[in-house]
Design a protein around this ligand. Sequence first.
Ligand code: PMV
Length: 335
Amino acid sequence: MEAPIVVTAEAHANIALVKYWGKQSSEHNIPATPSLSLTLQALTSRTRITLDPSSQGDIFSLNGNPTIDPRVNACLERMRAVSNKPIPFVNITSENNFPTAAGLASSASGFAALVTALNELGASNLSAKKLSIHARMASGSAARSIYGGFVSLAGSLTDSKQETWHATQILNEHAWPMQVVVAICTEREKAISSSEGMQLTRNTSPYYDSWVASTRTDFDDCLQAVRDRDFERVATISEHSCLKMHGLMLSTQPGLIYWNPATIACIHAIRSMRASGVPVFFTIDAGPQLKAICLPEAADAVDKLLSGIKGVQRTLRTGLGPAARIVDSKAPASS
Ligand code: PMV
């Protein structure tokens, strides 16, 4: 069978309940903390790769704009090294159906889609576990977007290379339905990337070591709470993990402040809603968007509440999404 020449893959963004912030090793991109996430059905990256024999080099475009991203080139080289069929120069077009680089994990879904498409193109037959390692080397959170539902990213705490840090599915996307309402508090791209921010934090925050130690405990506790389907416990651990990470970011030099006034208004609104007995909690990543996670019966009320907050541009609503996958693959026409 001929290798395909046009491959399209889709993957979904994810949000962490127990956060990853900080790297053990920048060389292999190994997180300093384990993390636990939800894959989000409605936030999708679609990546199409065409083999281009006439090209002088690899071409990458993101949301219609020609883009140079060294992480994409490095990922291509690593995937070429494990392919069973040569991968000559490629033309990659990647589109996100949600704001890019604004704390909505566009690099997670983007790199998960990229390694999935390259695996097909190079007939590499990598397992999901191996694909998650390749995705992780490009962007830590991308490892988690290889799987659907509730996903962990963990590994040995003394691994100086790379092999033990991969993602694992904890519950599939149907096992414990959740709804997530994202309050878009700005459409602008963030000023400081996660990688840069993590490096600064590790080098300058006086709280870094206690963050790493306490996140390991949060991870074990939250994993058990997810397995027990204990919403209140997941909510409490997740909000604490989020606020601890932002406290750590604030304690970095210079301080990393990813929130804006609308983010803070959303936090207060969700906290009082939760205090009144509604099954909802919030989390926020390296950007101002607030994500409210709730049981399905609360989603309409949560959406209405967030939509009415001053500064919220719009909301996105989603359930839990599936694994990264190939959506189209075309072999060359036989001559
Ligand atoms: O892997 P990166 O570079 O996208 O960093 C992810 C960092 C956070 O989104 C803030 C936390 C997380 O675990 O997703």
